[in-house]
Design a protein around this ligand. Structure first.
Ligand code: HEM
Length: 434
């Protein structure tokens, strides 16, 4: 082995700022500091976070492949997600590892197969039409807020399977409180004194109410033998080998709510924002909506999640030492594929700041250069669901409206917990289509 390829046993270089400051920068402006640190320290760098956590950020597709294809007994995603433990239930798939994860994935997967998705299509389409018909014209609309309400409606109707307006009216504010309170809960998990604050206590109280609602719903459905509906809960209730207990089922539903609601809304918000700024691409997208060209509509979302990754970085905690690229990293390190960095690299996407859906029509991107949904055995379970939902929503909106931006510059990105949002709410000016 030559000196240049020798495996290094030190951690990769990284900023020397105090860990508290690096934690703050990671929490509030990772999309600004990670590119700077990459320029300064190279393709692999270490971010030192509070409580001695070391995040080794990787950006080369070959290194990302090592992590995604690596053994699930070595690369633990559940442990890397432990900051979410105060929010999610103990059985949540996102927090699990090893055999427990494999079992949950096997039991939840049938609700996300292509056949299952076809079953949800009409219901999602109805929610999309109802929303699109009610857009106000002649004014500025915060598209992200609208998408937030819409994707919540999809979760309630298509994932939880609730259709009666009376019950939806109870659930909407309850779920909204829980979703809005999750960041206070994560902070309370980090800094116990914050648990005395009202926001933390309110989250816990509303979370308990939602748990009780979900428990009641699952018990009712089991009693009634209601497993043939076209919703995710019905699919999950279908008897399977080693089936989910009621507590496990409740935690998965809650996990799906948190994983699928804000993420999809944000991807849609960014897509509409980019379209409003680019009349030519908008016209092509409107033609695709008229022709029901699903490939183009999905290419729009793929390009939006490339240019504006909803989740900027993901992690795997090493259960034992492992070699990733040039480094032999110690157990306990979190190896973190830098989604936002790999997708913004000129060598992977020429003129990376441009919004070009055609990148996803002329063949596939190179392996591990487009990873907004993560990868390997932990790849997002809802990728097909999110793309179906987004394409149906875009079809209905673009068939009806012209959208423009008042300002040529793109909106800044705001970090909100795990999610990278449009800071101005993805404002678009809406008019009836000419
Ligand atoms: C545009 C929308 C979405 C984005 C960008 C997104 C992104 C992600 C990412 C980055 C991960 C982590 C993957 C990894 O660590 O390798 C993930 C995991 C997950 N997502 Fe999504 N997601 C979206 C929508 C959804 C939807 C709609 C659902 C379900 C209704 C969902 C359910 C899940 C679940 C259950 C996991 C955990 C998988 C596991 O640990 O095995 N997601 N998602």
């Amino acid at each position: 082995m030559t000196a240049s390829t020798a495996v290094r046993t030190t951690l990769p270089p990284g900023p020397r700022l105090p860990a508290g400051i690096q934690t703050l920068l990671f929490g509030s402006a990772r999309h600004e500091y990670f590119p700077r640190w990459q320029r300064r320290f190279g393709h692999t760098f270490t971010v030192s976070l509070a409580a001695g956590r070391k995040l080794v950020v990787i950006t080369r597709p070959a290194d990302i492949r090592t992590v995604f294809a690596g053994s699930a007994t070595v690369f633990h995603a559940g442990e890397a997600n432990d900051v979410l433990a105060p929010v999610l239930g103990e059985h949540a798939i996102v927090l699990s590892d090893g055999d427990a994860h494999q079992r949950l994935r096997r039991l939840v997967m049938p609700a996300f197969t292509a056949a299952a998705l076809r079953g949800y299509q009409d219901l999602i389409g109805q929610v999309a039409i109802a929303d699109a018909e009610s857009w106000p014209t002649g004014q500025l609309v915060r598209a992200h807020d609208r998408m937030h309400a819409l994707t919540l409606e999809v979760i309630l109707r298509v994932v939880f399977g609730v259709s009666e307006e009376e019950r939806l009216a109870v659930l909407r504010p309850l779920v909204t409180d829980v979703v809005n309170g999750q960041h206070a809960a994560v902070l309370g998990g980090f800094f116990p004194p914050l648990r005395a604050f009202r926001r933390y206590r309110r989250f816990q109280a509303r979370r308990a109410e939602l748990n009780a609602w979900l428990d009641g719903e699952i018990a009712d459905r089991r009693r009634a033998g209601a497993v043939d509906g076209t919703d995710v809960l019905s699919r999950l209730l279908q008897p399977a080998d080693g089936e989910l207990s009621s507590a496990e089922l409740r935690d998965q539903l809650f996990n799906l709510l948190l994983a699928g609601h804000e993420t999809t809304a944000t991807a849609l918000g960014w897509t509409l924002h980019e379209l409003a700024r680019r009349p030519q691409v908008l016209r092509a997208a409107q033609r695709a909506a008229d022709d029901n060209d699903e490939d183009y509509l999905i290419a729009l979302v793929k390009e939006a999640t490339r240019l504006h990754p909803v989740i900027y970085v993901i992690g795997r905690r090493l259960a034992q030492p492992a070699q990733v690229g040039d480094y032999l990293l110690p157990a306990g390190t979190v190896v973190a594929p830098g989604i936002g960095l790999v997708q913004a690299a000129e060598e992977n996407y020429p003129e990376p700041a441009e919004f070009r859906p055609a990148r996803f029509l002329d063949g596939q991107p190179a392996t591990n250069t487009w990873i907004p949904f993560g990868g390997g055995v932990r790849r997002c379970l809802g990728v097909g669901f999110a793309q179906l939902e987004a394409s149906l929503v875009l079809r209905e909106v673009l068939a009806r409206y012209d959208i423009t931006a008042d300002r040529p510059a793109p909106e800044a990105t705001r970090v909100h917990g795990m999610t990278m949002m449009p800071a101005g709410g993805a404002q678009v000016r809406v008019s009836a289509r000419r």
